[in-house]
Structures are given as C-alpha cells and as structure tokens.
Ligand binder design. Structure first.
Ligand code: PLP
Length: 393
C-alpha cells in the first residue's frame, strides 16, 4: 500500500502505546501500576450520567448542528464569561468530540505551507504532530526546569518572525504541571498583539491549579479577538471516554472550525451534549473533591520522588502530572536515553511512566508520571521505583 506523503508527517501520543505494552505485561500475569495515562481515576459524577441516560430516553439520538447544540453553546459561553471574566457569546463556541479536535481544526484552519507555529516543548505531542501534518513549520519553544518550565519570554521573542501565524500555550501544563504567571501571560499577549499572531490557549486543566488564581491570556485587552481557548469535560468532570470538549474563539474562525467539523464528524453526540449542560449547570462538589485529592497525591508523589537518590522533582502548580529530573539515574544505569530507562522501569518494576521525550526532544532527562491514581498505588510505584533504582548501584 502506498500512503499519502502527509502520513509520514503525522506523529502520535506515546501514552497509548505504553498503555498497550503495560496491558500486555498484565495479560502475562504481571502487576503494573499505571502512571502513564492522563485521565482522572474517578467516575463521572452520577448526575451527569443520569442526564445522559435521560437524554437518550427523550430521543437525543439524532444528528445535531456541527458547532454544537444551542443550549450547550450558550451554557459554555456563560460559563466562560464567568470563569475568564470576559464576555463571550454562543456563536464563538464550537463543541467537538474531545478537546483534541480543536487543536486539529484550529491548526488546519490557520496554518499551512510557509507558515510557522510556535509550540511548547516539552508539550502535548499532538501540537507538533498536527502542525507538521498541516504542512506548516513547527517551531519549538523550550520550557526549561530552571525557569520552572515556564515560557522564556526572550526566547519566544526570538522565535517570532513574519511567517509566525499561531502560538500555542498550555497552562496548567502537560507534562510539566507548570503554570504561566500573570506577568508571563501579559508579556506573551504583548508579543502576540505586536506581531499579529493568533494564540491557541489550551486551558483543559484550568480547574486544576493548586496555587494562585487561574488566569487566561484572553483576559488581556486585544486578546479575545486573537485567542482560541481550548477547554473541555474530560479532566474537569472525569469524562475522558465520553469525548466532549470545546473551543471558544472569534466568530469568523468558529464558523470555519464548524465547517471542518461538518467534514469530519458532523456533530458531537447529542445526548452527551445534554449531559454537558448538566455538568456545567449542576452541582460542582464532586469535581472539586476530585481536584482536592489530586493535590494530596501531588504532594505525596513529589515527596517520594525527591527521596529517591538521583531524582529531583519540582512541585507542580497545576494539572495532575509530575516531571522529575532523572538524568543522574539514566547515566548511572548506563541507559542509552530516558526512554530506555522508562522501558526498563516498566519491565523491571512494573511501573508505567512516560519518557519526557514523548513530549518533545527537550524532555530528555525527565520522566512524566500522571498522579491521577490512588495514594496506595502511588506509594506502591514509588517503593518499586526506589528499589529498582537502588539496584543500579
Ligand atoms: N490538552 C492537553 C494539554 C491534554 O493533556 C489533553 C489530554 O490529555 C487534551 C488537551 C485533550 O483532552 P480531550 O481530547 O480528552 O478533551
């Protein structure tokens, strides 16, 4: 079979590959602690499940508008207005099957051959993959540990040129758990305005910020007209498998993104959208309870990792990931690279984690753990990792 050339430019998300390998080990009778995949281990709140069941019984089994059901778009616009403090209307909202399609549709709509897109590295791997797929040039913006994995503004300035069409930011950040400060956002906004660049602000972890208030770049004057906010239900309401997310953007772009949705998926499942209205309008206590438990787990995993000789880990301010520096252990164990160490950790200790390089070349020397797992499992993983690392001498 001869594939189209563009397929050679498409990347992937390693978390799913590691999950498959971990499951294969489990099928052989091995016990694995899963800290590789980024999803809450909690169940979707019962009121949301009930709303979906009710919607199915009420006949929400047909196609809906590509941009989303009017009631959900309106609910999201109101929620965004409240949470971001800037007025939004329903026409700016496009609902998609997960937040991920917003990345794909927005990059496809804004960047092509000859254009450049700046993206965080380490960062969510789909950004780089889709930029390349779209035929644009992917320009990595390094997030370094000595800057707490925040954007280096001078470096950002140096990467901007007249071909720069789009800048992607993600705060709270996957995989580093870092959060952009109000000053960072202000400086980024100034650069975007001065150079007429659109900004895709991936705010999928906006509720999972453990220190300080959440800030969005769309709050700065001049930014609502050039910002696409990506958010969704997967993380906030433990709804990863439902597949529903959204983008909030200038109206003309929303119309184009909806046209892409028409070409790809027609619409997001309508009964799920009805449940989305309940998720936003209904009680929020379970969501907040889940987030409080993430914070407890964060503290436990950071403490445990820092007790392993050769490992050091910053305290992340948001999301549910830690990004420990394991350079010394990789060297001590004479591993070819961090990926080889992550593979060994799965095989030797039954701990599934991702190499930092699953998030770009600047992730070398780091591992990513998702701590969306029970304190008991986190403790087990830390114990096994400490024992395995000790064997390296
Ligand atoms: N953005 C980031 C940074 C993520 O980590 C993820 C999921 O892992 C997503 C977006 C997409 O989430 P979903 O498509 O499940 O809504």
């Amino acid at each position: 079979m001869r594939l189209a050339e563009r397929m050679s430019r498409l990347g992937t998300e390693t978390a799913f590959e590691v999950l498959v390998r971990a499951k294969a080990l489990e099928a052989q009778g091995r016990e694995v602690v899963h800290l590789e995949i980024g999803e809450p281990d909690f169940d979707t709140p019962a009121n949301i499940i009930e709303a979906a069941c009710r919607a199915l019984r009420e006949g929400y089994t047909h196609y809906g508008p590509s941009a989303g059901l009017p009631e959900l778009r309106q609910t999201i616009a109101e929620d965004m207005t409240k949470s971001r403090g800037v007025p939004f209307n329903a026409n700016q909202v496009v609902v998609t099957p997960g937040g991920k399609p917003i990345m794909f549709f927005v990059i496809m709509a804004l960047a092509g051959s000859g254009d450049e897109v700046i993206y965080p590295n380490p960062g969510f791997p789909i950004y780089e993959s889709v930029i390349n797929f779209a035929g644009a040039k992917a320009v990595p913006l390094r997030l370094a540990e000595d800057r707490e994995f925040r954007v280096n503004i001078d470096e950002l300035r140096s990467k901007v040129n007249p071909r720069t069409r789009l800048l992607i930011i993600n705060s709270p950040h996957n995989p580093c758990g870092s959060v952009l400060s109000q000053e960072d956002l202000k400086a980024i906004a100034e650069i975007a305005i001065k150079n007429d660049i659109m900004v895709l602000s991936d705010e999928i972890y906006c509720r999972m910020q453990y220190e300080g208030e959440f800030n969005s770049i769309t709050q700065f004057p001049g930014m609502p007209e050039r910002t696409i906010v990506l958010d969704g239900f997967s993380k906030t309401y433990a709804m990863t498998g439902w597949r529903m997310g959204y983008g909030v953007m200038p109206e003309p772009l929303a119309a184009q993104v909806a046209k892409l949705a028409t070409n790809v998926n027609s619409c997001t499942a309508t009964f799920i959208q009805v449940a989305g209205v309940e998720a936003i309008r209904g009680p929020q206590d379970q969501s907040y309870k889940m987030i409080a438990s993430f914070q407890e787990r964060r503290d436990a995993i950071v403490k445990g990792l820092n007790e392993i000789p050769g490992v050091h880990c910053l305290l992340p301010k948001g999301a549910f990931y830690v990004f420990p520096n394991v350079e010394e252990v990789v060297k001590r164990g004479k591993f070819a690279n961090t990926k080889a160490f992550a593979d060994w950790l799965l095989q030797e200790a039954g701990v599934a984690a991702l190499s930092g390089t699953a998030f770009g070349e600047y992730g070398e020397g780091y591992l990513r753990f998702s701590y969306a797992n029970s304190l008991e499992n986190i403790g087990k993983a830390l114990g096994r990792m400490a024992q395995a690392v000790e064997k390296l001498g």
